[in-house]
Ligand binder design. Structure first.
Ligand code: NCD
Ligand code: ZN
Length: 343
């Protein structure tokens, strides 16, 4: 079988910096029309100058594919003033502000501790029409961190009714009803939360490459996310949360959270949607919803996917001995992008 879809969007992507950026950016830029690039560098991307400079590095790293790839840049929420937000808004490629609760995930120590103190920034964003993207986890028991955060989403959605708020990488059944409850709440979903549960991560031998924040959850959570996505839920957008770490930071005591799946996203999603008779919903999930919700530009053409096998390497190599293991490393995928390249 072969299908053609509009060139897709990845609405939640970690590209990093330096050698890792050079390795990762081409994997997304080759087949995606654009991506929303996360700001959790060290130090975080928190002002207009840092955002402008990071965007240039991303475009340079994307190489020849940069022509057809739009990186939309985000600011790390640090209680910016209205003037700072206005400066960011004038910067080409600026898209949104990302809220990290302090300490919730990789490089988030400088995140929000006091929601009251963030209020003026959030109010200014609402007035300026700047979307808010939220890493929605509290500090509690790992399986319940997202569920515990849901009251915060409710409070934000009520308090800032004109602010577009995106629940980034939802992972529980409990998050879904909020999309019906609040017009201004949206969500991104990842490939790995549609594919895996805690049993895949830790039920047998520990699989550190499946360890991520939010952690993969219970079978009933995965089933609810699948049902929503495969039925074409109009408020759920694909955001991979592809988050590369060097192999030695994943295969060690104290492994970093993050699944690196940018190279295999399109074949793996096509296989998953095909198995679930939902191929007709793939295009909306992979960009149609995001284009409608955020008014993103029309697609630069189509991309073809086919059910022909493709072997995934054990790792990708970058500069200075960098090695990164992708999702499905060393296995054969049943689908591929028709040009034969990894995505
Ligand atoms: C991300 C990272 O490594 O930057 N890690 C992850 O487990 N998803 C951060 C994030 O999105 O939480
Ligand atoms: Zn992320």
């Amino acid at each position: 079988m072969r299908i053609e879809i509009d060139r897709p969007w990845d609405m939640h992507l970690h590209l990093r910096d330096g050698a890792m950026l050079n390795l990762a950016a081409p994997h997304s830029a080759r087949h995606f029309d654009g991506a929303v690039v996360m700001p959790n560098l060290v130090p975080p991307v928190a002002d207009a100058d840092a955002l402008r400079a990071y965007r240039s590095r991303v475009l340079r790293a994307a190489g020849t594919d940069a022509e057809n790839f739009t990186p939309l840049m985000t600011l790390f929420l640090k209680n910016q003033t209205r003037a700072e937000l206005e400066a960011a808004r004038k910067t080409p490629g600026f898209f949104a502000v990302k809220l990290y609760p302090a300490g919730a995930t990789t490089n988030s120590d400088g995140g929000v501790r006091d929601f009251g103190a963030a209020e003026p920034t959030l109010r200014a964003m609402e007035e300026l029409g700047i979307p808010l993207l939220v890493h929605g986890e509290s500090g509690g028991f790992v399986l319940d961190r997202e569920a515990e955060f849901l009251p915060v989403y409710r409070a934000l959605a009520r308090r800032f009714p004109k602010l577009k708020i995106c629940m980034e990488h939802i992972s529980t059944a409990a998050a879904l009803p909020l999309l019906d409850e609040f017009e201004n709440l949206f969500a991104t979903a990842t490939l790995h939360h549609l594919l895996f549960t805690l049993d895949d991560l830790a039920g047998g031998l520990l699989a550190p490459h499946l360890f991520c924040k939010p952690i993969v959850k219970r079978p009933e959570d995965r089933a609810a996310l699948r049902a929503a996505v495969f039925s074409g839920h109009p408020k759920i957008m694909f955001g991979s949360d592809s988050a590369p770490h060097p192999v030695e930071k994943k295969e060690c005591a104290g492994a970093a959270g993050g699944v690196y799946d940018a190279p295999v996203l399109l074949p793996a999603l096509a296989a998953l949607f095909a198995e679930n008779d939902a191929l007709d919903k793939l295009e909306g999930f992979l960009g149609g919803n995001a284009r409608r919700i955020y008014g993103l530009p029309a697609p630069r053409g189509k991309i073809a996917l086919e059910d022909a096998p493709q072997d995934v390497p054990a790792f990708f190599e970058g500069e200075n001995g960098l090695r990164v293991a992708p999702l499905f490393a060393g296995t054969r995928l049943p689908w591929r992008v028709a040009d034969g390249n990894f995505s």
